[in-house]
Design a protein around this ligand. Structure first.
Ligand SMILES: NC(=O)c1ccc[n+]([C@@H]2O[C@H](COP(=O)([O-])OP(=O)(O)OC[C@H]3O[C@@H](n4cnc5c(N)ncnc54)[C@H](OP(=O)(O)O)[C@@H]3O)[C@@H](O)[C@H]2O)c1
Length: 313
């Protein structure tokens, strides 16, 4: 089968011809039609998680994917051959991932795909969608809360903006001028252009009383600390990239943490339902062929992302 993989941590991703995987107990073999690209994919391939993430090589890249069940292992109850599914396929210890024609998933890592959209659209949902859902849940975003989302125009941000606005929150989203209208269409009450000046200064100028919740998907530790100036006394500040410092937050009387996503099949089902009911728009910014993955990854590393990048297989 064709797959995009690395031969060791830090090596360049390459299109390879690899043996077809066979499903073991509790595993589902899926013929993938599309794979979603996430920043974590290249972070894993670079070896950024060290010994915490043991891997076998060649290591197929990618977590998110969607396609049709080709075979099931013993004990699989929730799926049968021919089912349309989506979910997470990264299994570093076995060298498996979603940038491939065929991939194995644990039964608990996938769910029935949304019926109203293409596999390419479904493949854009798992990591970013579950992250966004858990972010608004864990920061207790609710009606009337003012929420600042930094990094709002990317994969996680476009879902988080919609889910927070859907709960009745007043969302302030960072966006370059060209993406301001798009973010408003997704539910943002206003946008702040992070390329024209410090976001915190702009937010505080417009809202001297600050925001209730900061969801930061982009700032390094020093920038995150500066960004927390926008959060009112007793508010909540969270980073998805490990930039929150517990002592700093406590000193400023803020609740906060470094977010770690906990996906589940139930959450995937909720998101598929929201896509089918039209409550959640999946913003696929770019669709490229599997063999173009190395170039797509390089583009995402530069940071200029609008919505999700999807590989069609
Ligand atoms: N902790 C977890 O469990 C978890 C889960 C999922 C994701 N993450 C992490 O969360 C981050 C976001 O993920 P993603 O999938 O949304 O990434 P993405 O699709 O690549 O989007 C990143 C977005 O951030 C914007 N951005 C970059 N620098 C910015 C800045 N200084 N100020 C404001 N916006 C900025 C970019 O817009 P411009 O190009 O226009 O600047 C882009 O829209 C990644 O680092 C990812 O690894 C963590």
């Amino acid at each position: 089968m064709r797959a995009v993989a690395v031969s060791a941590f830090g090596e360049q991703p390459q299109l390879m011809d690899l043996p077809q995987p066979e499903p073991g107990p509790g595993e589902v073999l899926v013929r993938l039609s599309a794979a979603g690209v996430n920043p974590i994919d290249w972070k894993i391939a670079e070896g950024m998680f060290g010994d915490a993430m043991p891997a076998a090589f060649p290591l197929v890249m990618g977590a998110d994917g969607a396609g049709e069940v080709l075979a099931i292992g013993t004990g699989v109850r929730r799926f049968t051959v021919g089912d349309a599914v989506f979910g997470q396929f990264q299994r570093t210890e076995q060298g498996g991932g979603s940038y491939a024609e065929l991939a194995l998933a644990d039964e608990a890592a996938i769910a029935p795909a949304a019926r109203s959209v293409t596999y390419a659209t479904s493949a854009a949902v798992p990591t970013a969608g579950t992250t966004a859902y858990n972010l608004v849940e864990e920061t207790r975003v609710s009606e009337g809360r003012r929420v600042l989302i930094v990094g709002a125009t990317g994969g996680v941000g476009t879902f988080t903006t919609q889910l927070a606005a859907g709960r009745g929150a007043e969302v302030i989203a960072t966006a370059r001028a060209a993406q301001s209208e798009l973010m408003r269409n997704l539910g943002a009450a206003e946008t702040v252009d992070h390329t024209v000046g410090p976001v915190a200064d702009q937010v505080l100028a417009a809202h001297p009383d600050g925001v209730d919740v900061l969801i930061d998907l982009a700032s390094g530790p020093a920038e995150f600390s500066a960004m927390t100036r926008t959060v009112r006394d007793g508010g909540t500040a969270v980073s998805t990239i490990g930039s929150a410092d517990a002592d700093d937050l406590t000193e400023h009387n803020l609740r906060g943490f470094n977010f770690v996503n906990r996906p589940s099949p139930q959450l995937l089902e909720i998101l598929a339902g929201q896509v089918d009911s039209g409550r959640l728009t999946v913003l696929v910014g770019r669709e490229v062929l599997l063999e173009e993955a190395p170039e797509a990854i390089a583009a995402q590393r530069k940071g200029r992302t609008q919505g999700k990048t999807v590989l069609t297989i």
